[in-house]
Design a protein around this ligand. Structure first.
Ligand SMILES: Cc1ncc(C[n+]2csc(CCOP(=O)(O)OP(=O)(O)O)c2C)c(N)n1
Ligand code: SF4
Ligand SMILES: [Mg+2]
Length: 346
């Protein structure tokens, strides 16, 4: 009797199969952009060899905020109250600085009820990846306009949005995020390169991903539909991510690409498309977003990248070990120190 040996299982650089990075089966609508984003998260964390149990997944409320159930099943997860992922994430990362923070949430969650928390997370440069699955509507509550819906865009019912859109990337650049990018759930290659850059980045990475809601916002008159985004997408560059653990030398023809090195030694190669865009120039990033919105274009790519800025954890001068696992004798002042303090207050 002959036995055929099964082919060796494919594993990543830490010896895990891709199945270790998957989550539960999605319950979102077939074709929802959010599903494609979950798939990219599985691929990128697998390919980068991140230990899934080191990841802290955070979200608020919405179809988008349900997504963390559909990737990284071995990670920690916290589904916070609507719009409150930033404060819960801040607490989790301060308690355990070894965690990799990954928030996946929606435009409604972030730009309306969660705007206050979002703003303070930006100021603090919390070291976390924050993905906004941006469909311009509150998908979960049946498709009302969100604050990122464009002025003049139409609901399926014909109702026209008469309020100007908030640009979450502009806000993120202005208030202190150190990596700000925009992508499209339908652009697998670009979003993968951006997400891998965000995983390697030390600091707050905001990624606004246009993620069409096929049920409530994929019709004519919507500016967040698959066809509208395909027709109005203006990529700033073609991106290649070279991780620090792969010692690859890349030939960059002079004047045709830029290279930015991240804190961990990973590199991002930004190949020129039409114009030469420098993502380290904050004013250029702001100007580019304003100009694009005036022309009805959706600029995608890495809009802004600042390396070497201290994170909130650096600013607080925390010890290297996670606070959550410090033994009691390291967190409790000795009696003599408490007595001295009390004496000072007398
Ligand atoms: C405190 C509170 N207010 C309002 C709601 C109702 N609500 C649930 S989801 C949601 C908006 C979801 O929109 P978004 O974040 O864009 O997610 P999407 O469903 O579009 O992915 C709202 C207003 C709620 N759950 N909790
Ligand atoms: S309602 Fe819209 S956002 Fe929600 S799962 Fe369906 S397609 Fe996605
Ligand atoms: Mg939404």
């Amino acid at each position: 009797m002959s036995t055929t040996a099964s082919p060796p299982k494919k594993v990543n650089r830490i010896g895990l199969e891709v199945v270790s990075y998957k989550g539960a089966r999605t319950t979102l609508c077939a074709g929802c952009g959010h599903n494609a984003i979950s798939e990219r998260i599985v691929e990128c964390f697998y390919e980068m060899g991140v230990q899934p149990w080191r990841v802290a997944k955070l979200s608020g409320i919405g179809c988008s905020s349900k997504s963390p159930a559909y990737f990284l099943g071995l990670a920690h997860g916290f589904n916070a109250v609507h719009g409150r992922a930033p404060s819960v994430g801040t607490g989790a990362l301060l308690a355990n600085r070894n965690l990799v923070g990954l928030t996946v949430t929606g435009d409604g969650d972030t730009a309306s009820i969660g705007l206050g928390q979002f703003s303070h997370m930006l100021r603090r440069n919390i070291p976390m990846i924050y993905i906004i699955e941006d469909n311009g509507v509150y998908g979960l509550t049946k498709g009302q306009f969100s604050a990122t819906a464009d002025l003049g865009s139409k609901l399926k019912t014909g109702v026209v949005n008469d309020l100007p859109a908030m640009d979450m990337c502009l806000l993120a650049i202005e208030l202190g995020a150190t990596l700000v990018a925009r992508s499209f759930s339908g652009d697998k290659r670009q979003f993968q390169a951006i997400l891998k850059t965000a995983i390697a980045h030390q600091g707050l990475a905001i990624i606004d991903v246009i993620s069409p809601c096929v049920t409530f916002n994929d019709h004519e008159g919507s500016t967040k539909s698959y066809s509208y985004v395909k027709d109005h997408d203006e990529p700033l560059h073609e991106l290649d991510f070279v991780p620090a653990y792969q010692d690859i030398s890349v030939e960059i023809p002079e004047g045709e690409a830029r290279e930015v090195t991240l804190h961990d030694g990973s590199r991002i190669i930004l190949k020129k498309l039409g114009h030469d865009y420098d993502p380290t120039d904050k004013m250029l990033a702001i100007q580019t977003l304003h100009e694009a919105s005036g022309k009805g274009q959706i600029v995608t790519g890495i809009l802004y990248l600042a390396t070497g800025r201290p994170t909130f954890i650096d600013l607080l001068n925390l010890v290297d070990e996670p606070l959550a696992t410090l033994p009691e004798e390291r967190v409790r002042p000795p009696k003599a120190a408490l007595d001295d303090l009390m004496a000072e207050l007398r």
